[in-house]
Design a protein around this ligand. Structure first.
Ligand code: ADP
Ligand code: MN
Ligand code: MN
Length: 366
């Protein structure tokens, strides 16, 4: 199907979407694919609008795990408004249970929720920076085939060049419509999106989620990913969260996780931030292994001006070539948060948040 035909279909569907369907309510259940990298979703009709996630019944889904078709139970955990079919319809982020009623192995939410429950008195906050690249249907980055390569003040660049964060102008960036639409859709849905930025590559973008407390971050980040896939369908493009789309030193996608506790955010909190960084340093190799695929991340984390080294832990204030950065304003205010720059763009935010609290906030006596 051509992009033109798809655009016509999008227009054709509008009058149907305007038809009144109350009192029925369409609820789209969102869960995570067995590879842990993609959101999935399916929709059912409820007889009335659920007032909270507690009103949304469990549902089931079938999927292939290790070449076996199996069934999982979808357990609703957080409810959002549906920005595609609008009120009263809902998007519902779900946890997933296997046939034995234990958390499905690819779904890391419940473990993360347990870790958050144990440290909830410390009010852990997270902010996630999701980088992604818009791909055309031919699997090339959106725009790279049709348009001349982007130029910068210093002249034309190759497809692999970084155009710089914050560029404006069609000769430098592509896909703003997609990113803006996703931003609007997330705000409507109730997803805590805190901003968008165009990233280094011409079709590379970032959105930020947060600050969110505890388990909330993973729920909002996964729902934002789901919304991005759906928005991209409407524009005839595909989002890629691949951390190393091209084997080129300037090209990678990160998933920075910002983290703080109430004590870190309070006057004098910088000492707490330093203590947390010391703990992170002790478990560096464990964390990079947890955060993502080693092959891709060794290529992404090469050290230098934009990334830290895979094998060694480093930290500094206001530096982007380290494992953990203390933002400049946090240093000058003496309180705030730290940024873990090691997670790749295709990380599971539940896994990263859990590792941060278990490492930085050990139980008393632990
Ligand atoms: P960068 O400077 O690395 O580009 P961004 O501005 O893109 O950072 O993202 C910072 C993220 O951190 C945002 O999602 C923001 O909501 C979040 N954030 C802000 N304050 C805190 C805090 N105290 N604790 C945790 N996350 C925070
Ligand atoms: Mn950022
Ligand atoms: Mn960052």
């Amino acid at each position: 199907m051509s992009t033109n035909t798809m655009c016509l279909h999008r227009l054709a569907r509008m009058p149907y979407l305007a038809l009144p369907t109350v009192p029925h309510c369409q609820v789209t259940y969102i869960w995570i694919s067995p590879c842990g990298k993609f959101p999935k979703g399916k929709t059912r009709t409820l007889d009335s609008e659920p007032q909270s996630v507690a009103d949304v019944p469990r549902f089931n889904a079938t999927l292939w795990i290790d070449d076996v078709l199996t069934e999982i139970t979808l357990v609703p955990v957080r409810m959002f408004r549906d920005p595609f079919t609008r009120d009263p319809n809902k998007l519902v982020m779900c946890d997933a249970l296997d046939l034995q009623g234990t958390p499905a192995q690819f779904h890391r939410r419940s473990e993360c929720a347990k870790a958050m429950e144990e440290v909830k008195d410390q009010k852990p906050w997270f902010g996630f920076e999701q980088e992604f690249t818009l791909m055309a249907l031919d699997q090339h980055p959106f725009g790279w085939r049709d348009d001349p390569y982007p130029t910068t003040r210093t002249g034309p660049r190759t497809p692999y060049s970084r155009t710089g964060v914050g560029e404006v102008g069609l000769e430098k960036i592509w896909g703003r419509d997609v990113s803006l639409s996703h931003y609007q859709a997330c705000l409507y849905a109730g997803v805590k999106i805190s901003g968008i930025t165009n990233e280094g590559g011409p079709a590379q973008w970032e959105f930020q989620i947060g600050p969110c407390e505890g388990i909330e971050l993973g729920d909002h980040a996964w729902t934002a990913r789901y919304i991005l896939f759906r928005v991209c369908e409407d524009f005839g493009v595909i989002p890629s969260f691949h951390p190393k789309l091209f084997d080129h030193p300037l090209w990678s996608s990160d998933g920075h996780m910002n983290f703080s506790t109430e004590a870190m955010r309070s006057p004098g909190g910088l000492t707490r931030i330093h203590a947390a960084i010391e703990r992170l340093a002790q478990r560096h190799m464990e964390h990079v292994a947890l955060y993502g695929d080693e092959h891709n991340n060794r290529k992404r984390m090469i050290g230098g001006s934009l990334s830290s080294a895979f094998d060694t832990f480093s930290w500094r204030t206001a530096s982007r070539s380290v494992s953990v950065r203390i933002p400049g304003h946090v240093h000058s205010e003496g309180r705030g948060y730290l940024e873990d720059r090691r997670p790749p763009s295709d990380c599971d935010p539940y896994v990263v948040c859990q590792a941060l609290v278990e490492t930085c906030l050990p139980p008393p006596g632990g």
